[in-house]
Ligand binder design. Structure first.
Ligand SMILES: [Zn+2]
Length: 328
């Protein structure tokens, strides 16, 4: 019988865990799964011959070459309040260690969840106008189809910018023009330092860094990228009294984190750093601890049978051209 997890193990990525919401327009839905689905995933993993382990234990196995048993690490990005409300009770009930990566501007209540601001602008308006390359352009977004289309266009457009500053400027302008309060998403959706502190008390929980401002590091100058990583660790240490050893690169694809970021994370002394490049782990990753791939649980495919396909490494091997380590 083929092993359930390919390679030596895998790291799972989660964002939101919460019950389905009734809104028809939810373009960011792939970033959320239901508590029910998470419960099924955990029970399925528990039934298999594999270990559910912390990032520290994964680091030990990778550095010591201890690959006797396959493993899965659960990681949750961004520190949404639903992590505490919905994910934590399920993971706790099954004694599953997990990591939460915090962009410190979110609990500091000055973060910009720009993808949600973009969603809100499109959701609340029938048409929007904005400057693209110095030309004023209009977009019809009255119907659900139009909203999805316009959101996809806008999202791809801002993601194509060369710098993070440019992206922020456009989203701020749009939010101002259409009266969307970007900072309000932090208060509404993200854990406070007090809530994070409660979570951090549990030995099952590892608190990791996720930069200060949730920036695509590769789109910032080197000094800024380094400061984002180092500062987020210092702020977490000052606020929670623990120094994070693990980092997650925001957005985390090849346009957001590359060889320069992998080097800086190692220089700063992070034990591991994770991308969102898809893939399972191999022994070779022991030499690339700050460029680790992950498997995202996608909200659009919430069926346990997909989990086996993802964790087998078969699907991700196709996406990555069968390279075992993608650290370039
Ligand atoms: Zn994130």
């Amino acid at each position: 019988m083929r092993p359930f997890v390919g390679g030596i193990g895998a790291i799972l990525t989660l964002h939101h865990v919460r019950p389905r919401r009734p809104d028809a327009f939810q373009p960011n839905q792939l970033l959320e799964i239901t508590p029910r689905f998470l419960g099924k995933v955990v029970r399925k993993l528990r039934r298999r011959q594999l270990d559910l382990i912390s990032l520290d234990e994964m680091h030990r196995r990778l550095t010591e070459g201890d690959f006797k048993r396959r493993f899965v690490c659960v990681t949750i990005d961004d520190g949404y309040r639903d992590t505490l409300q919905w994910a934590y009770p399920i993971l706790k009930a099954h004694e599953v260690p997990f990591a939460v990566y915090i962009p410190t501007s979110f609990p500091d209540r000055i973060g910009e969840l720009w993808w949600l601001a973009l969603e809100a602008v499109v959701a609340r308006n029938h048409r929007i106008r904005l400057l693209i390359d110095d030309r004023e352009r209009g977009f019809e977004c009255a119907t659900l189809d139009e909203k999805h289309h316009v959101f996809d266009q806008l999202y791809q457009w801002v993601r194509s910018f060369r710098t993070e500053d440019e992206l922020r400027r456009v989203v701020r302008d749009l939010s101002e023009r259409y009266q969307v309060d970007i900072a309000a998403f932090c208060e509404e959706l993200c854990m406070s330092w007090e809530e994070l502190g409660r979570l951090a008390e549990d030995p099952l929980v590892t608190i990791g860094a996720h930069t200060v401002n949730h920036v695509m590091l590769a789109k910032t100058p080197e000094r800024q990228a380094r400061a984002e990583m180092a500062m987020s660790r210092s702020v977490i240490e000052a606020s929670l009294g623990l120094k994070p050893d693990h980092l997650s690169y925001p957005i985390g694809d090849a346009t957001s984190a590359g060889p320069r970021e992998f080097r800086i994370a190692a220089e700063l002394g992070f034990k591991t750093a994770v991308t969102t490049r898809p893939g399972v782990l191999f022994p070779e990753h022991g030499a690339h601890l700050t460029a680790l791939p992950r498997i995202s649980l996608n909200g659009e495919f919430q069926q346990p049978r997909y989990l086996g396909v993802l964790l087998s490494g078969a699907a991700t091997a196709m996406w990555t051209g069968f390279r075992r380590v993608d650290a370039a």
